[in-house]
Design a protein. Structure first.
Length: 272
């Protein structure tokens, strides 16, 4: 896979001035940094396929992860080339010949919202999406300390969240070692970035643990299952449907994971 990233150090924050209004009648002007809402068009084999709303950081990882969790690619080997322009507004993905998208009839009217907690994300066609069904993940032995360590990482703060209180974060670990952490406007984007990082660096997701700051409804569980991630942990809560799905597909789902406690909803018990 050839990667050509032309963008560098795009603005993530913008200082905005507002009027502070206190209940006691106090008023004064303040200035603080807020997140930049970045929009990127993703072209797959020259076809506009996705529109993403994100922060302009780890864009290649986001594209790779989203292609993977949408079922457009099944591995990094399906991608021949990724190019991202200098402004981070356009991504160009060339798939390998065996993923040309020619295998089924295109539905020109297909416009589906991509699961996300930020508006504006769209998958614009189903030309490259395969009909591969989800398969159960392979359970993997895990340790409570791994989850507590990741909860510590989250509690110790992430740079953008510390300044804005407006991001979700995701942490990727293997065998107790933190490999990658990222932030984004949406929790789905953050998870896709972590998955994309693993794809980019040939990390076996089937041996990884992921910790998310966000809620776990079914769409988040689906991303983890499609990626083959055996252990998904979150600071927040799951939905009943996500718990049922995790149980069906053998995903170890841990929620309300804090520095001193956690709730194991589905999956195998820790080894220690």
């Amino acid at each position: 896979m050839k990667i050509n990233e032309q963008y560098h150090n795009l603005n993530l924050l913008e200082n905005v001035t507002y009027e502070f209004l206190g209940r006691d009648g106090e008023t004064h002007e303040e200035t603080e940094p807020i997140l930049v809402e970045h929009m990127m068009d993703v072209y797959v084999n020259e076809r506009l396929t996705m529109k993403l709303v994100c922060i302009p950081q780890h864009l290649t990882e986001l594209v790779l992860g989203r292609l993977f969790t949408e079922g457009i690619i099944s591995s990094a080997e399906d991608v021949e080339q990724i190019y991202i322009c200098e402004f981070g507004k356009r991504a160009r993905v060339i798939l390998s010949k065996n993923k040309s998208g020619q295998s089924h009839e295109e539905n020109e009217d297909y416009v589906a919202p991509t699961p996300t907690c930020c508006t504006g994300n769209r998958v614009l066609n189903d030309y490259f999406i395969t009909d591969q069904p989800m398969t159960p993940v392979t359970p993997f032995p895990w340790k409570k300390q791994w989850i507590f360590d990741l909860a510590d990482c989250f509690a110790n703060g992430t740079p953008l969240h510390s300044q804005t209180w407006a991001t979700h974060s995701c942490f990727l670990a293997c065998d107790g070692e933190l490999l990658f952490q990222c932030e984004d406007i949406g929790r789905h984007n953050a998870l896709d970035k972590a998955i994309g990082y693993a794809l980019r660096h040939n990390i076996d997701l089937k041996k990884c643990v992921v910790y998310s700051s966000g809620r776990i409804p079914t769409d988040m569980a689906i991303k983890a299952i499609r990626a083959g991630i055996p252990v998904l942990a979150s600071k927040a809560s799951p939905s009943a449907e996500a718990v049922a799905m995790a149980k069906e597909y053998h995903l170890t789902l841990i929620c309300a994971a804090r520095r001193d406690r956690m709730k194991l909803f589905t999956g195998n018990n820790p080894t220690e």
